[in-house]
Each structure stands twice: as structure tokens, then as C-alpha cells.
Design a protein around this ligand. Structure first.
Ligand code: Q6P
Ligand code: ZN
Length: 647
């Protein structure tokens, strides 16, 4: 259905006209290198290009005061001295005669994106804009931001397109305090932000950027702040926050639209963020959001100041929006101690608001995230050491296999549009036929597949055996439905089995055979999705398989939308190499499964009922039991193992 790309060179036509160390990184080249990289990689050509427009006064007034708008309107005709003086009222921002024009285009670009996505013209998209928006407030500019692009876009989506619930994911490394203030008491907009905080020493040094600012009145619980109290956060720290905070809450919230305040100063090499997450992490962050809101994801550029890492991160994001499989999440460390402390604090203060967090642990006893002397340390210029140039390998080329989805179906079933029938004729022996299909996936000639077989248990054994032999990487088997999972020999660590079932059909067998019990079985979407997000995904990401075998047992009871969510989410692993196995007579699942394999977003699960307390508790118990072996399952500081060196 397409990905919109919204960009106009006009937004490069303003810059800092005087000397100000706080603003020196915010340069026009940020946009030119980002757009240039999209063009050079061929990604821009694959997108639907949508023109920008100027926002109207009425649109600006959705968030800002008339006085502030009128004041900004006077800046185009100001002299240099007047501009400098005008700028002095605000923090870490600059004005230029053309910035008002660009700021209107930046909003307009964001609204064009929302229009394109909400009307179904495209599935998702990205707007490359300057100036950014998330710091700007009702009546003030701040942090390079003039108007709050994303906040205006959220209100606009609600008013113009009837979006009821909007999720704003702010993965920029600064706190979007402007967005927070705008929606503080509003339960219809869930604002999530992680940000460099360092016990309030880092800009903008606000008490209300800490984890215990959760929203006010009706909006309590709908503001989620994840403060980073150390620099150097890595991929596993970011993913842990997605698995254990953002995704469970987002699925419970059930947004109609996802807006991303897509700042890339959270990536390695950035002089502002000083974090160490690699650009390919944005492929995963994007992918993990793409089955929310039926895929309606609008990414709007915020920060990002390293002119090498910024375009890499932008390309990873757009690649993923276009539906290309993400690169493997290789070599994930354990989350660091400081990240776990933040994770525990956030989960703890939000457990009264979200049923998925009901059994989260208490605040850590020595809550060292709080109140360290803020007077002394106005945030310093980067030190000698931190400003040294950092090197990282460029992200792997993402080569798309010639065939996306291959299917092996009974002869009387038509091949779904977009899929390729994997012919039994060339492989008269059904066993060999399936093995050959696995081989093609291993060789990256086929991305994913669906096979219908007379007996899933028999097929599962053969396929697993063959896959382990063919792969020089690990195999993840995910099995949905009651009954036995006849896979032996997981002791060598080359296969990880995760089995979802209702009955206590099997005990856990070691580190690599995990059974997840749900009271009402796989038919209960609330329980199932939480188990997928906070157990299966962390396990899968840490295990980093080369292939995923997803098996649906007969009468698994799993509902259509849940099945498509599972199929969609698991494609973040193994570069999307997934083979789905179902029983021959489960024909009603063919269409939905293929649409997921083809990269079409899953339907929303609807507003989930409160999780069964016994399920939340059972999942917590299982999680705790597994944490000694699986580091990405950790959600508290106390739990072993220690993992990565304390930062
Ligand atoms: C941060 C300015 C510099 C302090 C010096 C959407 C993008 C942004 C802006 C950050 C301005 N303070 N170390 O705005 O969040 O990246
Ligand atoms: Zn930023």
C-alpha cells in the first residue's frame, strides 16, 4: 500500500547566523544528507512522494497561543540584532528570517503525512523536516523547535480524521517536554519518551522529565518518561524498554494512529546523545510499532546531529516502513544496570495504570535515579574524551530475496495473490519438497513461507531436523496450541522451543524448551499478546535465530487478528526468515497468514480486556525463573545475572 516520503529542500534554507555553541549542530546539512542517502540507496524512488504545504494559522493554534504565533510572525522582517534579541527569550534555539516559513512547512509536511496515512493513500510514511518540534511549547520556542509538529499532528488527526487514541513514541534522545505539557491531562494521547537525563543534569534539566511524572487527572498513566541516567546506552537497553514497557502498554492502549517523534540523536556517534545504539536498531524499533494501529505509522524527523549516523538511521527506518525485513539483531548484550534501574522505576510507577504491568516489582530501595545535586552541574560541553570520534561499521546492505512468500498448499487451494506456489511437481517427495524450501530460505532466495501439511507434528520434526542441519545458525520453533511438541535434543542450544498452551502439557525442559501456560489458552488475546511481547520477543531477540519455524496446532483456538500479530512481530527476527506450518484442513487461516507474510499490517486486537491477574502473575513467575538464562527478560536491578559491566 505504499510509504509516503515528504520532503522539501526549502526547509534547508535557514541556518544559525551568529555564534552559539548550543546551536551549532543544528545545520541544514542534516536534511540534505538524510534525503541524499534515501535517493542514493534507491529508497526515495520506492516511496510515494507527497508535497509539503504551509500550515494554516488555525492549525498552529491547535497547540500554540495566538500571542506566540503573532510574535513569530514578526521575525521574517527582523534585522539580525532584532532576531538575536528575540531569540534570547528562549532556550537553545535560534531564529532566522526564513525560519517562520520553514516552521510552517514542517508542520504542513507532518499534516500531509497524517492525511496520506489516515485516508489510506499510503500505509505509513516519514516526513523529513526542519525545524524540529517536540520541545516547543504553547507560548515558547525551545531546543531548535519553533512549533510542535507532532503535537499539532496528533490534534489534527483527532479533529480531522476522527482518530480516538493517538500514540506518540518519542525516541529522540531529548525529552519532548512540549509534547508532554500539551497532553498531560489528556488520556486520548499516550506520550512515551526516553531521554538522556543524568539525574536532571542534562538539558532541559527538568524535574518533570523523570519517571514519576505520569500525567495528570484523567491523563494519569498516559505520560511515560524513561530517563536515562547514564550515557552509552546500547541496543539491548532500547529493546528492553520496548519489550517491557512501551509495547505492552501500547497494545493495551490500542492506538488508532502512531506518531513517531523520530529523532536520531539516540544513535551512536551523536554529539548530543552520546549513546551507543547502532543505526540498525531503528529498523527494529520501527518494525515493532508497525502492527499497531493497523500499520498507521507516521515518523516525523526531530533531532540527529551526526551527519554519518543520521542518514544511516533514516534509511533503516524508511527501509522498514517499506516492508523490507530488518537485519539480524546480532550480539545483544544484557541491559546495563542503570537501564534496568530506569526500567524498574517506570514499570513500578505505571503498574497502577496498566494491567499488563500489574505485577511489576516495587521501586528499587535505593532509588539512586532520584535527585542528585543539580545545582553544580549545568550540562557540560562534551569532554575531551566523549567528543573523540567514534567509529562503527555501516549497517549491512539489506538485500531482498527474489521471492518474498512461497506457499505449499493442497492442489485445490488457489495461490493467494502475491505469493509463489512452491511446486510439489518438482519435488514429488513431500519431505524433500519442504527441505528444499528451507534450503532456499537459508540461501536467502526466499524470505518466508507457508506450508499446509497432513500432520503438523510429523512435519515439525522433519523440518526442525533439516533446518538445524542446513543452518549455520540457530533455529527458533514457536508452537501455538495444546498438546505435545515432539522436538527432542534442544540441549545443544541449536534449537529453542517456545510453546504456548492452555494445559500444563509439558514441564519446562532446560534452557531451550520453554512452555508458556495461559489460563484460557491461545484464544485469549490479552494474555497471549502480553506473553508474546514480554517473553517471546525478548527470548527471540536474545537467541538471534537464523530461521523461525512457526507452528499452529489444530484447534489452537488462536483468533485471526492475534495470529497475524504474532506472525507480523516475529518477522523482526532472522531477517524475516520464517516458515509457518499448519494442518491441511486449517484453510481459513491461509489468507490471513499470507497477508502477514507479505508484510501487510495485522488488524488491531481491539481494546483488550484487563489481563487475568493469574496470567500476569504466571508470566511474571516464568519470566523470573528464566532470567538467570535469558538476560533480555530482566526488568529489575536485583535480578541475576549481572550482565554487562556496570557503566
Ligand atoms: C538541545 C540543545 C544543547 C546543550 C549542549 C526536536 C530536537 C532535539 C533538540 C535538542 C536541543 N541543548 N550540550 O528537537 O531534541 O534534538
Ligand atoms: Zn534531540
Amino acid at each position: 500500500m505504499g510509504t509516503a516520503l515528504i520532503y522539501d529542500e526549502e526547509m534547508t534554507k535557514y541556518k544559525l547566523l551568529w555564534v552559539d555553541p548550543a546551536c551549532k549542530f543544528e545545520v541544514p546539512e542534516r536534511l540534505t544528507v538524510s534525503h541524499g542517502a534515501l535517493v542514493e540507496s534507491g529508497l526515495a524512488d520506492r516511496c510515494v512522494s507527497v508535497p509539503v504545504r504551509e500550515a494554516t494559522d488555525a492549525e498552529i493554534l491547535l497547540v500554540h497561543s495566538a500571542e506566540y504565533l503573532e510574535a513569530v510572525k514578526t521575525t521574517p522582517s527582523m534585522s539580525l540584532e532584532d532576531l538575536m534579541e528575540f531569540t534570547l527569550q528562549y532556550g537553545d534555539v535560534y531564529f532566522h528570517p526564513n525560519i517562520y516559513h520553514c516552521a510552517k512547512l514542517a508542520i504542513g509536511a507532518s499534516l500531509q503525512l497524517v492525511d496520506s496515512v489516515m485516508t489510506g493513500k499510503v500505509r505509513n510514511g516519514m516526513a523529513l523536516v526542519r525545524p524540529p518540534g517536540h520541545h516547543s511549547m504553547h507560548s515558547a520556542a525551545s531546543g531548535f523547535c519553533i512549533f510542535n509538529n507532532v503535537a499539532i499532528a496528533a490534534r489534527y488527526a483527532q479533529q480531522r480524521h476522527g482518530a480516538k487514541r493517538v500514540l506518540i513514541v518519542d525516541w529522540d534522545i531529548h525529552h519532548g517536554q512540549g509534547v508532554q505539557y500539551c497532553f498531560e491531562d489528556d488520556p486520548s494521547v499516550l506520550y512515551f519518551s526516553w531521554h538522556r537525563f543524568e539525574h536532571q543534569k542534562f538539558w532541559p534539566q527538568l524535574k518533570e522529565s523523570d519517571f514519576d511524572t505520569v500525567g495528570k487527572e484523567k491523563g494519569a498513566g498516559f505520560n511515560i518518561n524513561v530517563p536515562w541516567n547514564k550515557v552509552g546506552m546500547q541496543n539491548s537497553d532500547y529493546l528492553s524498554v520496548f519489550f517491557h514497557i512501551l509495547l505492552p502498554v501500547a497494545y493495551e492502549f490500542c492506538p488508532d494512529l502512531v506518531l513517531v517523534s523520530a529523532g536520531f540523536d539516540s544513535a551512536i556517534g551523536d554529539p548530543e546523545g552520546e549513546m551507543r545504539a547502532t543505526p540498525d536498531i531503528f529498523a527494529h524499533l520501527t518494525h515493532l510499532l508497525m502492527n499497531l494501529a493497523e500499520g498507521k505509522v507516521c515518523a516525523v524527523l526531530e533531532g540527529g546531529y551526526n551527519l554519518t549516523s543520521l542518514p544511516q538511521s533514516v534509511c533503516q527506518t524508511v527501509h522498514t516502513l517499506l516492508g523490507d525485513p530488518a537485519p539480524c539483531p546480532a550480539n545483544l548484550d544484557a541491559p546495563c544496570k542503570s537501564a534496568l534501574e530506569s526500567l524498574q522505576c517506570v514499570r513500578s510507577v505505571h503498574r497502577t495504570y496498566w494491567s499488563c504491568l500489574r505485577h511489576a516489582a516495587d521501586l528499587p530501595t535505593s532509588c539512586s535515579t532520584k535527585h542528585i545535586n543539580t545545582a553544580e552541574g549545568a550540562d557540560q560541553e562534551p569532554t575531551e574524551e566523549s567528543s573523540q570520534e567514534i567509529f562503527w561499521p555501516p549497517p549491512m546492505k539489506r538485500v531482498f530475496p527474489p521471492t518474498r512468500t512461497a506457499v505449499v498448499l493442497p492442489d485445490d487451494v488457489a495461490c493467494p495473490d502475491g505469493c509463489k506456489r512452491w511446486s510439489l511437481l518438482e519435488h514429488p517427495d513431500p519431505q524433500l519438497c519442504l527441505s528444499a524450501l528451507v534450503d532456499k530460505m537459508v540461501k536467502n532466495e526466499i524470505c518466508n513461507g507457508l506450508v499446509l501439511v497432513p500432520d503438523v507434528s510429523v512435519a515439525m520434526i522433519c523440518l526442525a531436523q533439516h533446518a538445524v542441519a542446513a543452518l549455520n545458525k540457530r533455529l527458533l520453533v514457536v508452537c501455538v496450541g495444546d498438546g505435545m511438541v515432539p522436538i527432542q535434543g534442544t540441549e545443544d542450544g541449536k534449537t529453542l522451543v517456545v510453546h504456548f498452551s492452555r494445559k500444563e502439557s509439558e514441564e519446562q525442559r532446560g534452557k531451550h524448551f520453554i512452555t508458556v501456560h495461559l489460563t484460557k489458552g491461545c484464544g485469549d488475546a490479552s494474555g497471549f499478546i502480553q506473553a508474546v511481547l514480554s517473553l517471546l520477543l525478548p527470548l527471540g531477540y536474545e537467541y538471534d535465530p537464523g530461521l523461525v519455524l512457526l507452528v499452529q496446532k489444530p484447534d489452537s483456538g488462536v483468533c485471526d487478528s492475534m495470529w497475524r500479530q504474532l506472525t507480523g512481530l516475529l518477522q523482526g527476527l532472522a531477517q524475516g526468515h520464517m516458515l509457518v506450518v499448519m494442518q491441511e484442513d486449517e484453510r481459513k487461516h491461509i489468507g490471513p497468514t499470507c497477508s502477514s507474510l507479505l508484510g501487510i499490517a495485522a488488524p488491531s486486537l481491539g481494546q483488550l480486556h484487563s489481563l487475568l491477574p493469574e496470567d500476569v502473575e504466571a508470566l511474571e513467575r516464568l519470566r523470573r525463573r528464566l532470567t538467570p538464562d535469558w538476560k533480555l527478560l530482566q526488568t529489575t536491578v536485583a535480578e541475576e545475572p549481572r550482565g554487562r559491566e556496570e557503566l
